[in-house]
Design a protein around this ligand. Structure first.
Ligand code: FCB
Length: 471
């Protein structure tokens, strides 16, 4: 990759990252991240790590179905084995604790814990009970996502998120989980990234269940947000001590030129990626510009839905990865105009930490009732190799440092940000990209399931130790 990025990497030779020169990760002395109460953790998701898809009564999910269709996932990969975490969870928790990580964000596989009639599956529930109890024993703060995309296939067979009934089934599931797990969960997130579920799942078909229709996307989004809104009071009633929130992915859109048309295109990009989710949650209404972009796609909204959806949150989880440079498409919308000569990751995503800072400070202005924020995912994929038992993930170290600096800047600008979770604890099944894209701070050899701590994780551990020592 001959671009600006090489200049950054050249300054971070392997010798540097082995610690012989200045530490390339540790935040600057004046960073707010030295505050002991800023939670630093790592995140995973059930389908991406668990494997054991046919064990202990787990039912099929839409991702089992989708990944079995040739051409949907790179190299025909599926989550059937993944990181085999279902069997290796004890060692994985030890690894998490040994890195000194203070928080762990995981998700529950809905198809593992109840059947089509809503009858609880004890074996599935026991897995999560054991896992959460162990995390509690280790003093690790737990963030549990109820829905990180693995919808039971039997619900998809009845329309999935296009069927309003799925929102009520989700509330039943939230009821079961919060009754069973109350006391072991510090924070519940109802959904992970409804944008991806609605748009990639029902709007362009890149994700399960693979449908492609804008009208479907807006209706699926409405039912997802309704599911969230119905679940929040249930979680509050069953587990009052925990925090309740939702996780949204956000995208930065920048205009390719100063022209009014391109400025408008960048605005519409952010409406489609951010306001589509955040406006209903925080303002109780959909952004009307969305329907300028996608005319005639207004979802069916029943009386009271928007009040249900906009119930107050204890926290908002934010996932941030990259920015998109856009221009007007000459009609109602925008088109991507990839920038040349910028640093990119293995995903091809541009590394753009300022986008995180600018979006967060922008949200503070736009949403007067913005809840406290946790960065629930941030990280990058690289083609990491194990050499002599080590992984020198130089670009990731630099990426994390720069994004944590952006978080610090947003905090200093007045945004209430309480924590940050690395995506991901370990390499895993990266959805439509299968196992080729490695996002972990721990390397996984899928042929042996051997975990190797990458250099990035060692440096995070070192920082956390130093922070603890200072406290
Ligand atoms: C997010 C997902 C997460 C992971 C990262 C790279 O959109 O929430 O599961 O795949 O992207």
């Amino acid at each position: 990759m001959a671009n600006d990025a090489s200049a950054v990497f050249d300054t971070l030779s392997p010798a540097v990252s082995r610690g012989s020169l200045a530490d390339p990760f540790t935040p600057s002395a004046d960073s707010t991240l030295w505050r002991k109460n800023f939670l630093l953790g790592a995140a995973t998701a059930s389908y991406q790590i668990e494997g054991a898809v046919n064990e202990d009564g787990r039912l099929p999910s839409i991702w089992d179905t989708f990944s079995a269709i040739p051409g949907k996932v790179l190299a025909g990969d599926t989550g059937a084995v993944a990181c085999d975490h279902y069997h290796r969870w004890e060692a994985d928790v030890e690894m998490l604790a040994s890195l000194g990580l203070e928080g762990y964000r995981l998700s529950i596989a809905w198809p593992r814990v109840m059947d089509a009639a809503g009858v609880p599956n004890r074996k599935g529930l026991d897995f999560y009970k054991r896992l959460l109890n162990r995390l509690k024993e280790k003093g690790i703060t737990t963030f549990v996502t109820l829905y990180h995309w693995d919808l039971p296939q039997h619900l998809e067979d009845r329309g999935g998120w296009l069927n309003r009934d799925t929102a009520y089934r989700f509330a039943d599931y939230a009821d079961l989980m919060s009754r069973e797990l109350a006391g072991t969960v510090d924070a519940w997130a109802t959904l992970n990234e409804p944008w991806c579920s609605a748009y990639l799942g029902y709007g362009n078909g890149h994700h399960a269940p693979g449908l492609a229709n804008d009208r479907f996307a807006t209706q699926a989004m409405h039912h997802l947000l309704l599911a969230h809104g119905l679940a929040v009071p249930v979680l509050r009633a069953n587990d009052p001590a925990s925090q309740k929130g939702i996780v949204a992915n956000i995208g930065r859109g920048t205009p390719n030129s100063d022209s009014a048309a391109d400025q408008r295109a960048a605005h519409l990009f952010e409406v489609q990626h951010n306001a589509w989710i955040l406006d209903p949650l925080l303002k109780g209404s959909y952004p009307q510009d969305l329907f300028e972009l996608w005319p005639g796609t207004e979802p069916l909204v029943l009386d009271g839905d928007m009040q249900t959806i906009s119930a107050p949150l204890d926290f908002l989880g934010i996932n941030y990865y990259f920015r998109t440079n856009v221009a007007s498409d000459g009609a109602h919308g925008f088109r991507d105009v990839p920038l040349e000569g910028v640093e990119r990751t293995q995903m091809g995503w541009e590394v753009y930490p300022d986008g995180l800072r600018d979006l967060l400070t922008g949200f503070k202005k736009t949403y007067r009732n913005l809840p406290p924020i946790y960065i629930t995912e941030n990280g990058m994929a690289s083609d990491d190799q194990v050499t002599d038992g080590h992984v020198e993930d130089t670009q990731r170290i630099s990426f994390l440092k720069r994004h944590l600096a952006a978080v610090d800047q947003a905090i200093k600008a007045g945004v209430d940000i309480r924590g940050y979770f690395l995506w991901s604890l370990m390499d895993n099944f990266e959805w439509a990209f299968g196992y080729e894209r490695r996002f972990g701070v721990v390397h996984v050899d899928y042929s042996t399931q051997k975990r190797t701590i990458k250099r990035s994780a060692e440096l995070v551990e070192k920082f956390l130790k130093e922070r603890k020592a200072k406290a």
